[in-house]
Design a protein around this ligand. Structure first.
Ligand SMILES: [Fe+2]
Length: 255
């Protein structure tokens, strides 16, 4: 089964809206064009937060871009989202916000780490309980998705705005051996690691990127990207980050 992840599109209501010099609408569309051509048989698309850049009208744009897609679009909120507007605009298929989704031999658990008034994230006691219950109720291979990074990214400024209660999160993950992967956005860079038997993945944004391993905030001029996963029935995972090189926003990012 093939799954796509696109993250941090940071859309505005206006098509010309730019984040750090990148037009986020045209950048996302370039990523989609390439992803849907390269991986036409995907079973679902994960969008791991920051769908909009603090602009509720961005959800109309998001909806119009994806509404014709036949596969589920599994979304979670990030710190730049506006949860109430997000739920209102993306309330019907193909969109799903948080919750769980079972596809073939895999269960996807989408968590809400949005913490009002904070750039960093936090899982509420209710959300932690929901995670624990979802994993306890289904022994399928699990992929757990959240916006904020639950591990240190070796980057001082980013590590101050990750998941505040990561210890609580890992206590639950560690208690369920069928969790195969934890996947996040927020960090606008690629990461591929592991913690015990759990694979860990971060994915670059569909717009501007952050420089990896930088102690201070810094932009990376790498192009937009998405990630593809091949999830096997035995729990095995193959994955790849696809950088979308043919993207005019790259020059704009240098401004
Ligand atoms: Fe973001």
């Amino acid at each position: 089964m093939r799954i796509l992840q696109m993250t941090d599109p940071h859309l505005y209501g206006r098509a010309e809206g730019q984040l750090r010099g990148v037009e986020t609408d045209s950048s996302l569309r370039a990523v989609i064009d390439e992803a849907f051509a390269e991986v036409p048989d995907f079973a679902a698309l994960l969008v791991t937060g920051d769908l909009v850049q603090d602009d509720a009208s961005g959800y109309l744009r998001f909806r119009s871009i994806f509404s014709a897609v036949g596969q589920p679009i599994l979304c979670i909120p990030g710190n730049h989202d506006i949860p109430e507007a997000m739920s209102r605009q993306l309330c019907e298929p193909p969109f799903q916000i948080c919750g769980t989704r079972k596809i073939d031999a895999w269960q996807f658990v989408m968590l809400d780490s949005y913490d009002p008034g904070h750039v960093g994230g936090r899982l509420t006691p209710q959300e932690l309980a929901r995670l624990d219950a979802a994993l306890a109720s289904d022994e399928s291979h699990a992929m757990v998705c959240l916006h904020h990074h639950p591990i240190a990214m070796n980057s001082r400024w980013l590590d101050g705005i990750g998941l505040a209660n990561a210890d609580d999160f890992w206590r639950i993950i560690d208690a369920h051996s069928h969790v195969k992967a934890v996947v996040w956005g927020h960090v606008h860079q690629a990461y591929d690691g592991s913690r015990g038997s759990v694979r860990l993945f971060a994915t670059p944004s569909t717009c501007a990127q952050f420089l990896p391993a930088s102690d201070r905030y810094a932009i990376d001029l790498r192009p937009p990207a998405y990630r593809s996963f091949q999830l096997h029935a035995d729990g095995g995972i193959e994955t790849q980050v696809h950088w979308v090189e043919a993207m005019p926003a790259r020059q704009a990012a240098a401004r």
